[in-house]
Design a protein around this ligand. Sequence first.
Ligand SMILES: NC(=O)c1ccc[n+]([C@@H]2O[C@H](COP(=O)([O-])OP(=O)(O)OC[C@H]3O[C@@H](n4cnc5c(N)ncnc54)[C@H](OP(=O)(O)O)[C@@H]3O)[C@@H](O)[C@H]2O)c1
Length: 254
Amino acid sequence: MVVNTKIALVTGGSRGLGKNMAIAIAKKGIDVIITYNSKKEEADSVVKEIENLGQKASAIQLNVADSKTFDGFFESVSSALQNTFSTDKFDFLVNNAGIGIHNSFIGTTEAEFDQLTNIQFKGPFFLTQKALNVMNNGGGIINISTGLARFSSPGYAAYASMKGAIETLTKYQAKELGERQIRANVVAPGAIETDFGGGVVRDNEQLNKTLASITALGRVGLPDDIGGVVAFLCTEDARWVNAQRIEVSGGMNL
Ligand SMILES: NC(=O)c1ccc[n+]([C@@H]2O[C@H](COP(=O)([O-])OP(=O)(O)OC[C@H]3O[C@@H](n4cnc5c(N)ncnc54)[C@H](OP(=O)(O)O)[C@@H]3O)[C@@H](O)[C@H]2O)c1
């Protein structure tokens, strides 16, 4: 029996959580397309790492803030599907790419608000809409949110609101795409040591300790704590998991 290898597309796969997700997905025997915004070299080395695991991989440039580029992006995806993966559709979309802007509700500027909207909400909304043309039925969408959409921490009003919006969108996607057997779920990491927000969780010792102290398991998260959960959602074992928000925070702010 010929089993078709599934393919996942992970946005922001060049670094941090997206890189970890892409590699964890490859370890499940799934091929991967990653996107990068500016860090081509990092993306190319993730592709090599995935190929060394025995899976096919490709890296494509994408700025999720600019929805006008999405048609061109999906032309590149179609070429990669044809040339690298010998097929015309992929199965899983992981909306991971993102940035954080730390500012109080009072201090947030319209420019910051618009930038966060474009990257964290408008981008994934329309990227997913267009992705559906090149996705097989029976796959899935995984939207990356944050613990900050459940609890509040001063300085994240705009960022966390966008993540709240994507959590609501996920339920609508699950409802409307069920007829295509496409599942939609949210993975919401807690504070994780990456470059995110200037690398504060990793590099600011005091903040790191404070975050560890409000986490039931007594430390902040590492990228390795996250990728496997996203990879699980791309497997047959997760076939009945739909419209769920899975927080992966070690139990923050319980
Ligand atoms: N780290 C945390 O504590 C944490 C907690 C909860 C949720 N999250 C969420 O997890 C996701 C990944 O965060 P991370 O910690 O891995 O961040 P990161 O280490 O800073 O990596 C960000 C990734 O997103 C890409 N990216 C940034 N802006 C982009 C844009 N305009 N268009 C396309 N790609 C863009 C980057 O591409 P380049 O490398 O090419 O620049 C990179 O691959 C984000 O959605 C974030 O909100 C993070």
